[in-house]
Design a protein around this ligand. Structure first.
Ligand SMILES: Nc1ncnc2c1ncn2[C@@H]1O[C@H](COP(=O)(O)OP(=O)(O)OP(=O)(O)O)[C@@H](O)[C@H]1O
Length: 308
């Protein structure tokens, strides 16, 4: 097996079978390149958490190889590679009785280096330094997790659902911090929040039933799905549906609007609009909508299996 010390995260033909034969991952392979900001998506049970835990070295694969900067878990220098990876878990977990300061010092000692004062300042933790972790709000705990992950200025960030359970204000705060710290780093962000994934990442790894369905740039994925036209008329969606069907178009209804999937929506829109207006339809909205990551996800994973 060739080792590529320049590849921050690599998973090669990894299978993970839990006790009692539950297979979480089946021959999963992908690599995240230096500077790539990738999201890890998939429906419940797809294997995302398992994959993140394998990458952090918390779990061992049943077969295959997981490596950080070319080093696998059994490599004597694995710890050195791991120190180049900051991990933001869903919760800081078992250290509830430590103070914020104690926790940051513990993390710095584990990583062997780091600047606590800098992250305390960057993440607005100055007035919480002597607070026990158990006494922090969910949003503040997440801030602390991010600060801890960044104490040693790692080149790579592994984020496991960094905003799950947070209210919209705390979520926005996490996004603001992440926008500041992500540039220049390699990132793998596991999330169910597709808007978050789209806002923060430029590529996506999509898992389903323990297999990689795709690993692509989001911009490339977008080209796979054509834009759609969204139309609204004063006469309501039913009349609009009839008018469009009479033109040989098969629209779909979406609450008070109608969606039309036509090839080359931008070029077709003016002609379609002129025709509808000429026959008395009072179309007051005609919008070309490019697919969101959610649309892409539904298309790739299949709507029936798409609870991200
Ligand atoms: N410790 C475990 N023991 C046995 N089976 C497990 C264990 N952890 C996960 N599994 C199983 O492995 C599969 C993948 O689970 P995993 O938690 O990795 O998926 P996920 O994509 O993170 O799901 P979710 O989005 O719901 O968090 C599931 O079938 C799950 O039931």
């Amino acid at each position: 097996m060739t080792r590529n010390v320049h590849v921050p995260l690599e998973v090669s033909e990894v299978t993970k079978v839990y006790p009692r034969g539950i297979q979480a991952l089946d021959q999963v392979s992908f690599r995240i390149s230096p500077g790539e900001r990738a999201c890890l998506l998939g429906p419940n049970g797809a294997g995302k958490t398992t994959l993140i835990r394998l990458l952090t070295g918390a779990l061992r694969p049943s077969s295959g190889r997981v490596s950080l900067f070319g080093l696998g878990i059994d490599d004597p220098d694995f710890l050195l590679a791991k120190r180049r990876v900051g991990i933001v878990p869903q919760s800081p977990g078992m250290y509830r009785d430590l103070t914020v300061d104690d926790y940051l010092q513990l993390v710095r000692d584990l990583y062997g280096s780091g600047n606590i004062a800098e992250v305390v300042e960057a993440f607005g933790l100055a007035s919480f330094r002597s607070r026990r972790m158990a006494e922090l709000s969910g949003g503040m705990q997440r801030r602390l997790s991010m600060a801890a992950a960044l104490v040693s200025s790692p080149e790579v960030l592994l984020l496991d659902e960094p905003t799950v359970g947070l209210d919209p204000v705390a979520t926005r705060e996490v996004h603001t911090f992440l926008r500041e710290v992500m540039p220049g780093r390699t990132v793998l962000l596991c999330t169910h929040n597709l808007a978050e994934a789209e806002a923060l990442c430029e590529s996506a790894v999509i898992l389903r039933q323990g297999r990689v369905l795709l690993h692509e740039r989001i911009a490339t994925l977008r080209q796979r799905i054509q834009p759609v036209l969204v139309l609204r008329a004063a006469q309501g969606p039913e009349r609009l549906l009839q008018a469009l069907s009479a033109r040989g178009i098969s629209p779909t209804r979406e609450e008070d609007a109608v969606r039309v999937h036509v090839a080359d929506a931008v070029a077709r829109a003016p002609e379609l609009l002129r025709g509808l207006l000429a026959e008395g339809m009072d179309v007051y909205e005609c919008r070309v909508v490019t697919p969101s990551l959610e649309d892409l996800f539904l298309e790739v994973v299949g709507a029936k299996d798409a609870r991200a």
